[in-house]
Ligand binder design. Structure first.
Ligand SMILES: [Zn+2]
Length: 313
């Protein structure tokens, strides 16, 4: 296909500008000129075009799903740490593995779910409360693909993970892959970030018409970077960043995500004071229903591609 010449592009832009001006003048009661009485038809056609595009997008998203679509996300109660097991149409992904002491708990859950091989293992970043239990997990369970922002980090917990992980893939923002019928997109991953929290892999999982955002411990500057990069972080469920610390979940980011639910993985009476009141207030202001592992224990979330639910687990 031949690409358009720059002059042609310019003329289209000029035409759109002209139509817009016509419409504004029309709305203000001025005399329509070039497009005259056709202005409203143009508006109607534009609205219809946008609506059909939206319907097409939804249909496409639903087409990826099997006959009985089922996504389950189990946010594990690993105290002041993070671990979530995702099971989607028979495929599995573990995001983070809690502290070292949580390894046996996660192994038990994997056994209960009859999982001895994960399709994806994601270590959002190298801090112990995320990588800690992964060494133990990899002794009972293999992982097809392992994602992490770094391949080396100076801690025994990380070494235990890296030694057993085999090949570690460092993903790049924009990378996409599938977990069952769910599309997963990497929104951020910066191995060079000065703060380890800000190396966090941020990923969005889209299943039919439902979306889930996992942010690791990414702080404001990563949230801002995602917004500036033009990625769409909107999601029905937000795994609230950095255990509800005030370093994360800025108003601007929250406004772009617009979640209905926020899940906070946090330890009871933890010494960090997480989740911080200022973050809970932001979530309240945005009308987000908050679920917390320190209050509810393991939290199960399900999606059939159309609706998100939190059946009591
Ligand atoms: Zn953490």
């Amino acid at each position: 296909m031949e690409s358009r010449k720059p002059e042609e592009k310019l003329s289209h832009i000029e035409m759109l500008d002209e139509i817009q001006q016509e419409l504004v003048e029309g709305l203000q009661g001025g005399k329509p000129k070039k497009y005259g009485k056709y202005s409203w038809i143009i508006v109607l056609l534009a609205v219809l075009a946008v609506m059909s595009l939206e319907l097409l997008k939804r249909r496409e998203a639903m087409l990826l799903l099997p006959e009985t679509p089922d996504l389950q996300i189990l946010f594990l109660d690993v105290g002041q740490a993070d671990a979530a097991l995702l099971m989607c149409d028979g495929e599995t992904m573990l995001i983070d593995g809690g502290n070292v002491d949580d390894g046996s708990l996660i192994c038990t859950v994997l056994r209960e779910q009859k999982i001895d091989s994960l399709d994806y293992l994601v270590c959002t970043h190298a801090h112990e409360d995320h990588v800690g239990g992964l060494g133990a997990v990899l002794t009972v369970c293999s992982a097809e693909r392992v994602l992490c922002p770094v391949r080396e980090y100076d801690s025994r917990a990380f070494e235990s993970f890296a030694d057993r992980a085999g090949k570690i893939t460092v993903p790049e923002p924009g990378d996409t892959f599938y977990l069952g019928g769910a599309a997963v997109q990497i929104l951020a991953c910066d191995p060079e970030a000065a703060e380890t929290n800000n190396t966090s892999i941020v990923l969005k999982l889209s299943y039919g018409m439902t979306d889930f955002l996992f942010t690791g411990d990414a702080e404001y500057e990563v949230e801002q970077w995602i917004l500036d990069s033009g990625y769409d972080p909107s999601a029905d469920v937000l795994k609230v960043g950095h255990h509800g610390s005030s370093t994360s979940t800025s108003y601007r980011f929250l406004n772009a995500v617009m979640p209905r639910y926020g899940v906070i993985s946090v330890g009871e009476d933890n010494s960090y004071g997480h989740p911080e009141e200022v973050v809970l207030a932001r979530l309240r202001d945005a009308d987000v229903t908050v679920l917390r592992t320190d209050q509810q224990g393991n939290i199960l979330c399900r999606s059939d591609g159309k609706t998100v639910s939190f059946p009591a687990s």
